[in-house]
Design a protein around this ligand. Sequence first.
Ligand SMILES: C[S@@+](CC[C@H](N)C(=O)[O-])C[C@H]1O[C@@H](n2cnc3c(N)ncnc32)[C@H](O)[C@@H]1O
Length: 263
Amino acid sequence: MYQCIACRGDLIDESPSTKICSHCGNIYPLINEISVFLLPDVFSSLQGFIIEMEETKSSFAKINDNLEDFERYSEPGILANRIGMIKKGMASNLDVLEKSCQPIMDFLQNCSGQDNTLAWGSVRSGFSFHDMLPYFYQDWFGTHDFADVKNLFGKTITEHCKDRESVAVLGAGACGLLHSIADNFQVSYGVDLSLPTLLTAKQFIEGEPLTYHLQKADWQKVELTPPESTTKNIRYIASDVMNMPFKSASLSVVVTQYMLDIV
Ligand SMILES: C[S@@+](CC[C@H](N)C(=O)[O-])C[C@H]1O[C@@H](n2cnc3c(N)ncnc32)[C@H](O)[C@@H]1O
């Protein structure tokens, strides 16, 4: 099904958790059952996600310092509730971020690679994992927006897709769309550049509740309940949509909600 994204060579299983290109030797690991197809070099690309998390951490630390300065020099009680919400929200979201990156850190601990800034840059999509948290709300909190998306895609598939073997959702993000159309196909692939986002979406879809604070809603707490477990055959792929591992003509349908205007 997959091919090397560097040379289009065939892949062979080097171990249950690693595929290797039979032609150029490029390595493609599986992290928590998510296939990782990143160039130019998987090890330093993965470090990009850790660096992204560290950047969010340090921006939160700066905000925290500023809030503490404000509290020190202002009258007691002024904006105390609001400041408390922000601090609590940031701390709780950092936990979510760290959890999402834990499988990546575990993987990196067991392998050696060289720092490569170009590779870090290749995983930057303009959406950090923290930027993606509102999309988890949109996809999984029963919003009208998502109901419209689900109806539109569901109706289009019913009317126009004769071949129901496989679908790929590009820029799958929080994976609400992927999950909602997966019943229509024998196998459904969720493709996104952000591995932390896919790790979180997969864990959620497989039954783990997700709690975080929504910055855009004054840092209010959001508790998302996973969908009922089903027999949907979903596979997750961390890859740039501009260079995916699918063999030519191997998919029945490709759908995307945002990729046409993002890429
Ligand atoms: C606006 S978000 C929406 C995602 C999804 N539709 C949802 O509701 O959660 C766009 C998504 O596209 C992903 N993305 C951006 N550029 C990408 C690229 N070149 N290849 C793969 N994914 C990309 C981001 O990581 C992000 O998850």
